[in-house]
Every structure is written in structure tokens, then in C-alpha cells.
Design a protein around this ligand. Structure first.
Ligand SMILES: Cc1ncc(COP(=O)(O)O)c(C=O)c1O
Length: 426
């Protein structure tokens, strides 16, 4: 959908008339089989931060792989060659969208397992007495594996969020840094606080102190893949199954760090950067199906008149998704902020956050989610493996939080239905 903005701008290598492009939600929903699925009819899905619906491009590639290419890849016969090529294609095209080199992208069974392997690599890389920084805003996946390095003689320093706002203040990070710190781990966006952290600024602070930066992007990536090359961290992790893809963890490991860390894969694979931190044999079909995430981004771009290089398409699609989400998010934030019985976790300004909205209430959150389910709202209650941030903000873990999370395929009608249902149960 195009609204004329009336000026000429440079887009990629060609001049096009400048338009403000708004997301065509009906087109978007036509790309997700779940929205045509009778079993899900009438259900408004608000647990996207737990796992998104899968786009048709990924679904088609996955089923084709199982039907036609489900053999050991990279041999010369057609089924095997095509399977291997499709796995390579997934890395090549996702890397291009994120502004990094193909061999800087690798896949693992999940982000939690990717982080676990990385922590083993750092254990072999760091000297006793050196330090890392972790936050208490992270999901446990980017926290526990790093904290366990304390058992191996590594000093673990905690960068603490503000207990009122949930915010991580970059200024307080500086106090934790000195020449002993080798790594700073933090989230692009917490799965309960929702605030978008300034990754480039934080990375610059870490780098200036001689430390590397590891960013958990799991809660951010579904709202538009970032250009990791421009963003700047040394490691960026996200989970494909929350980003319209199959159940895989995706890891960007920038070359300088990846070559310095000890190889965690088979010794004869150590020269291939993308094999160094994935000791398990990959899930061939799912890796190949990740190419469908790039297909989807390109399909969205083409439909909305976004052209240019892969990185420009990535940026255009990112901005398109974010703009739609912010428009839908602000009324929800305003509505819940006005309720005295509810504590909204994180910022009430949609521009500052992802549409992952956690609410602490007097009631038990799982009970609330059950009441919402009766009204056709699919959401969850609990701690979402974010016990540390919730505890630090004084949330009763016994009650947990009700989490309402949506993405760009969510419609205005669904948000209105959610608001009505919240009025019934809160
Ligand atoms: C912010 C965040 N980080 C990490 C993870 C862990 O991802 P995975 O399930 O791929 O291990 C999750 C999962 O919910 C998450 O929300």
C-alpha cells in the first residue's frame, strides 16, 4: 500500500518516486498458512515471542526437502547436491540481509545451545581471573551459560537493570569495565521488558574497554532482521522459529573473534568459520528451509516496492514491520497503562520497545491467560525463563506475568479484540 510523499529519493541503484509505504497486512497474512487453517480460525495469536507462525516459503522448502532431498548433502548426485546447495543458500542469503559475510552465519539447534557452546569456547580462550559482564535483564539463555564460567575461575560481573523501569543504563556499564573484561553479554531487547537496547552504543563502550560484545537478538529479530554488520557486535544470536522459520538457532560470529576463539567442532572442520561453533551435525532440512526466511523478506519487499541490494531490502522490510507494529502497539500500551490494577513492564512509548508486553497483576498470570483463551486470545502467563529480570523488578514469580506479544502479521482488529478481552478479565 503506497501513500504519496511527493519527492524523489535514491533507492538502491535507481531513482524512484518517494512514497511512504505502509504494510499490506492482508498480503502478509496470505503468506502464512496458519491464517487459512480452520483449526485456528477465530483465534487471535498473542504469544509470538514464544514462537511465531511459519511463513509459506519456509513451509514449502521444508516439505520439499523431506520429499525430494532428504539424503546426506554435498555428494554429486542430484538430490544430495541440491540439498547441500540449499543449505548454503540459506547462509548466503541471510548473511546478505544482515550485512555480514556468508561464513559468519551458522546454525545450531537453538539459541540456548549456541550460547552454551560459545561459553565453552570462551572458557578455553580466557585466562583465570579475567572477567565477563552479564545482565540481569537477559533471558536465561544469554545468562546462565556465561555465569557458570565462574566455576572455571572467570570473574562474572552483573550489569543490573533499574528495578522500577527495567531499563539497562549504558552509563552504569562503564563502571563495570576494566582491562580484565573480555566479553559483555546483553540483549537487543529483553523478552519481558521489551525495551530496545542501543546495541551500537553499548558495543562501542565494550570495544573501547577492549571487550567483545555478544548480543541476544531473539526478542528483536522477529520485528525485522537487523543489519548486524552496521550494528557492530561480535556475536548476534536469534531463533529462526520465532522469526517465521523452522526450529533453529542462528548465530552471527564476526570473523576476528570467531578465528581467535578455540574451535568447538571436529578438528578437521576448524578452518571453516561457520563450523567452528556448531559441534553437532546440523539439521539439514531445517537449515535449508531457513532460505525461506530470505524468500519471505524478498516477497514482502517486492510487494511493497522496496528495491535495492539485499541489505537495502533487509532495512526496508525491517522499517515496514516496525512502523506497522508501533501503530498497533501504542493504543495497547495506553490502554494497559491507564489501569491501576496493572503494572506494565518496560516503556509505555511504542517507539522505544518491541510489541512484547508483559503485565504484572494481582491475579495469577496463567489463570488470566486461561480466561483470555476462552475469549479467543492466545497468550501465556509465567516467567518465560526471564526469572532474573522479573525478580529484580520485584515481580512475584509465583504469579508471573501475562505476556501479550505480537508481530507484523497481527491486525488492528486482533488488537481491538485483545483490548476488549483485557477489559473483561482485568
Ligand atoms: C530473549 C530470548 N533469548 C533466548 C531464548 C532462547 O532461545 P531458544 O529457544 O532458541 O534456545 C529465548 C526463548 O524464548 C528468548 O526469548
Amino acid at each position: 500500500m503506497l501513500a504519496h510523499r511527493g519527492f524523489l529519493r535514491l533507492c538502491g541503484s535507481e531513482f524512484v518516486w518517494g512514497y511512504t509505504v505502509t504494510l499490506d497486512v492482508n498480503f502478509v497474512r496470505s503468506q502464512f498458512p496458519a491464517f487459512a487453517e480452520p483449526a485456528l480460525d477465530g483465534q487471535a495469536f498473542f504469544e509470538n515471542a514464544g514462537g511465531s507462525y511459519t511463513c509459506v516459503q519456509v513451509y514449502d522448502r521444508l516439505t520439499r526437502f523431506y520429499r525430494e532431498r532428504k539424503v546426506q548433502p554435498y555428494a554429486p548426485y542430484a538430490a544430495s547436491r541440491l540439498g547441500g546447495e540449499e543449505m548454503d543458500e540459506a547462509r548466503t542469503r541471510l548473511a546478505a540481509l544482515m550485512g555480514v559475510d556468508t561464513d559468519e552465519v551458522s546454525f545450531g539447534p537453538s539459541t540456548t545451545q549456541n550460547t552454551y557452546v560459545l561459553a565453552q569456547a570462551f572458557a578455553g580462550f580466557m585466562e583465570q581471573g579475567e572477567a565477563i559482564v552479564v545482565t540481569n535483564q537477559d533471558h536465561e539463555a544469554n545468562s546462565g551459560p556465561w555465569r557458570r564460567l565462574a566455576e572455571r575461575g572467570i570473574e562474572v560481573r552483573e550489569w543490573c537493570l533499574d528495578p522500577e523501569t527495567g531499563r539497562l543504563d549504558p552509563e552504569t556499564l562503564a563502571d563495570l569495565l576494566d582491562e580484565k573484561v573480555r566479553l559483555v553479554c546483553f540483549p537487543h531487547c529483553s523478552n519481558v521488558v521489551g525495551e530496545i537496547n542501543p546495541v551500537t552504543e553499548i558495543t562501542a563502550i565494550a570495544h573501547a574497554a577492549g571487550a567483545f560484545a555478544c548480543v541476544d537478538g531473539v526478542s528483536y529479530a522477529p520485528h525485522g532482521l537487523p543489519n548486524v554488520g552496521e550494528l557492530g557486535p561480535d556475536i548476534y544470536l536469534f531463533s529462526a522459529y520465532k522469526t517465521y522459520g523452522p526450529h533453529q538457532g542462528v548465530m552471527v560470529m564476526r570473523r576476528a573473534l570467531g578465528e581467535a576463539l578455540p574451535n568447538q567442532g571436529h578438528h578437521f572442520n576448524g578452518d571453516a568459520l561457520y563450523k567452528r561453533f556448531t559441534p553437532a551435525g546440523p539439521d539439514h532440512a531445517q537449515v535449508a528451509a531457513c532460505a525461506g526466511m530470505a524468500d519471505y523478506a524478498e516477497t514482502l519487499a517486492a510487494h511493497h516496492g522496496i528495491t535495492g541490494s539485499a541489505a537495502e531490502i533487509g532495512r526496508g522490510v525491517h522499517d515496514l514491520m516496525r512502523a506497522h507494529e508501533q501503530t498497533l502497539l501504542q493504543p495497547l500500551l495506553d490502554h494497559v497503562s491507564a489501569k491501576n490494577s496493572v503494572r506494565l513492564i518496560g516503556p509505555s512509548d511504542a517507539a522505544m520497545r518491541a510489541p512484547t508486553v508483559a503485565l504484572a497483576t494481582e491475579q495469577n498470570a496463567e489463570g488470566l491467560a486461561a480466561q483470555l483463551a476462552e475469549r479467543g486470545i492466545n497468550a501465556g502467563g509465567g516467567d518465560f525463563y526471564a526469572q532474573r529480570p522479573l525478580e529484580a523488578m520485584g515481580v512475584d514469580l509465583g504469579k508471573g506475568v501475562l505476556r501479550l506479544s505480537f508481530v507484523h502479521y497481527t491486525s488492528e482488529d486482533e488488537v481491538s479484540k485483545l483490548i476488549q478481552a483485557l477489559d473483561d478479565v482485568l
